[in-house]
Ligand binder design. Structure first.
Ligand code: IVH
Length: 672
């Protein structure tokens, strides 16, 4: 079916609007339309393309996520090899680099030259080839001469234009770095945790792994990012690196704003020092500075040696990896009884801080790396992660070294340790183990939970020793014990008053914080918020069975099981009662679920346009009644609510035998 002229116009209009919205949001960080309008435009375009499949083109914004997960990666030969950079680690090496350049250029009578300094992004390099203004292929660096075709996955990065409009430039190649922003990497791991899947240790490796995923829908669900730093074309003459940066910006590619022109190597050093100082405050990881000779004709004179250009160098920041000795391995007992082995290290300086401990994660990890007491090891400290042991330096191992033995008893209370079959962790099963008691209280008072300032680790220790605290519910009884607290050494009137005021104030913390503070295994801040929003009160959570909890979006089986176990335990119910009496909030106030037998616990899919409700209004009604809205129809769907011009979802419902309801059926359901 060929599309009528007005539809062709509409498609053109929508594609332009969406592309422009992507540019404003992802490149300029200055959006001019709201998310809802954006989604509606994308949906309208998608609907038209479904109706007129002949109109779909590779550069349509709808093609950023493909539904076909089975592609095998082709290899792509790079037109110009993707080189690597030689490294320098101190200012002397930068001066040597500058001297070499000075010598070579002055032989050609080039006395004046300048540098461009850029961040060295800690991601992976990709090449994007555009033909006729459209993104044709995207490839990884690979071995420098050929890499993997990752076009489909690159298209999910919304800051990368799928097509460009320029009067002279239609065929060119862009290179740049794909990486995760720190917050997006944390989100990836939160998602992994929710799904009960493995946690990634390193953002760079995860970005590389993500680009190689076979299913671009998973890639799209993780927010990869991109900065461009290279432009090549035969269509016009480019004078310098600065000129190429200008062109990249003109073509609307994302370029990092922190680059600097330096007149000499001293200015380069100043940029390197300043960058190293601000490094930790950046929203993404960088591992150094890249220094490039600006002029392309001078770059040509300088040329390339052994796969690295002579006109550029990487100035690498101080190593975040070093070597030290494991003095002993001890076991820590967490608030839920989990045993974590920790290495006590001979203290070493690493990226500005002294490291004397490193986590060994679990006993499997110790066994896999064969880590032993007395070993010399390489340790690493990433941005904001706890130091970890990378590997043992076997050459330095002593003759009498013996493999590490997993302890059979809890180091704190002596109970026999347990290990569930399908998990890697060992647990101390004793709920009253001192370490667990202390851990629970520390978790409860922390800033993101009840935020009771002044109840730090050492004060909790004192209160535990004096028998003032046996669990976190005892904290609220402290406010009536001022006289007893004043009798303790080191506690003056003012400090006791401050602690009491902080405890009193914490009674106002909202329900989701209280829920998080309870310390239910696998329930982090985000899950607590989801639970609070979905159930509205602790009664609703206690009375919900595991099945019901599992129906909540984003809550997986492991979390649901853990919540259900917690809420069935008499000890915990008593704790909750005590906290309620102390005046803590156990309901959200708003969002309390209204029961409705037609809707509660049922899964809906919305399709087409409703007359009386906007889509998000209908969704809110369903969620307020404790139902779930899902985006695709499956056997698990209970109802498909179909409005005007319902499309493929309605057909799928017919195919799967899922009940289809109209807007008026829905209204009857709401009324019960
Ligand atoms: S220029 C020959 N600029 O560093 C010049 N590279 O060791 C090659 N990198 O594979 C690239 N930030 O992944 C350039 N601002 C930047 C960079 C950068 C990070 C990476 C890139 C490359 C590696 C070279």
């Amino acid at each position: 079916m060929t599309a009528p002229a007005d539809i062709i116009e509409k498609v053109k209009y929508l594609r332009e609007k969406i592309t422009d919205a992507d540019y404003r949001y992802y490149v300029l960080a200055d959006p001019d339309i709201d998310d809802y309008s954006y989604d509606m435009m994308l949906k309208e375009l998608d609907d038209i393309e479904k109706k007129y499949p002949a109109m779909i083109s590779d550069d349509s914004p709808t093609q950023r996520v493909s539904g076909m997960p089975t592609r095998i990666f082709r290899t792509v030969k790079h037109k110009v090899p993707m080189l690597s950079l030689s490294n320098s680690y101190n200012f002397n090496e930068l001066i040597e680099f500058d001297n070499r350049i000075n010598n070579i250029l002055s032989e050609s009578n080039e006395k004046n030259y300048e540098y461009i300094c850029e961040f060295k992004f800690d991601g992976l390099a990709v090449s994007l080839v555009y033909e006729n203004g459209k993104l044709k292929t995207a490839a990884t660096r690979g071995d420098g001469s050929e890499g993997d075709d990752v076009t489909q996955n690159i298209k999910t990065i919304r800051s990368i234009p799928l097509s460009v409009r320029h009067k002279d430039l239609k065929n060119f190649e862009i290179r740049g770095e794909v990486f995760f922003r720190k917050e997006d990497f944390i989100k990836v791991n939160e998602e992994q945790e929710l799904k009960g899947e493995k946690i990634f240790a390193n953002a760079r490796n995860t970005a590389a792994g993500t680009l190689k995923l076979k299913d671009s829908r998973i890639v799209a669900s993780r927010q990869l990012n991109f900065f461009s730093y290279y432009f090549y074309t035969d269509e016009i003459k480019i004078e310098s690196h600065l000129h190429s940066i200008d062109l990249l910006q003109e073509l609307k590619f994302p370029v990092n704003k922190f680059f600097k022109k330096a007149a000499d190597i001293k200015e380069v050093k100043a940029f390197c020092d300043e960058t190293e100082r601000m490094r930790d405050s950046l929203p993404y990881e960088i591992d150094g500075v890249v220094v490039k000779v600006n002029s392309f004709s001078q770059q040509e004179i300088l040329g390339t040696v052994s796969r690295s250009p002579r006109w550029a160098i990487a100035y690498k920041f101080k190593a975040k990896e070093t070597e030290t000795k494991i003095e002993s391995i001890v076991c820590q007992v967490g608030r839920t009884g989990t045993i974590t082995p920790v290495a006590n290290l001979k203290p070493v300086l690493l990226s500005g801080s002294t490291i004397s401990r490193a986590t060994l994660h679990n006993f499997d990890e110790i066994k896999r790396k064969d880590i032993r007491e007395g070993d010399f090891v390489k340790i690493e400290k990433g941005g904001d992660v706890i130091p970890k042991v990378l590997e043992v330096i076997i050459k330095k191992r002593g003759r009498n070294s013996k493999p590490y033995l997993i302890p059979s008893k809890c180091p704190v209370c002596g109970s026999s340790l347990k290990k569930p079959e399908d998990e890697v962790y060992y647990y101390c099963p004793n709920y009253y183990c001192d370490a667990q008691i202390k851990g629970r209280i520390e978790h409860f008072v922390q800033r993101n939970a009840m935020n009771i300032e002044g109840l730090g680790e050492s004060i909790i220790d004192i209160f535990l020793n004096k028998g003032f605290l046996k669990n976190y519910s005892d904290i609220y009884a402290l406010v009536k014990k001022k006289a007893e607290l004043l009798r303790l050494d080191r506690f003056g009137e003012k400090s006791v008053d401050n602690i009491i005021a902080a405890i009193e104030e914490s009674r106002n913390r909202p329900f989701d914080k209280v829920l998080f503070a309870l310390g239910i295994r696998h329930v982090g801040e985000r899950t607590a918020k989801i639970l609070a929003d979905n159930f509205g009160s602790i009664e609703n959570i206690v009375s919900a069975d595991e099945e019901r909890i599992l129906q909540v979006n984003e809550i997986g089986p492991k979390i649901a099981e853990s919540i259900s176990l917690f809420m069935k335990d008499k000890k915990n119910l008593e704790l909750i009662e005590k906290l309620k009496k102390a005046g803590l909030k156990f309901e959200s106030g708003e969002n309390t679920i209204k029961e409705n037998i037609n809707i509660t616990n049922k899964t809906f899919v919305l399709t087409g346009t409703l007359e009386k409700y906007k889509r998000e209004e209908a969704q809110k009604i369903i969620e307020d009644f404790g139902g779930k809205v899902s985006s695709s129809v499956s056997k698990k769907t209970d109802f498909v609510l179909a409005g005007e011009e319902a499309g493929s979802k309605q057909q799928k419902a017919v195919d799967l035998g899922v009940k289809i309801i109209s807007e008026s059926d829905f209204e009857k359901m709401i009324k019960g």
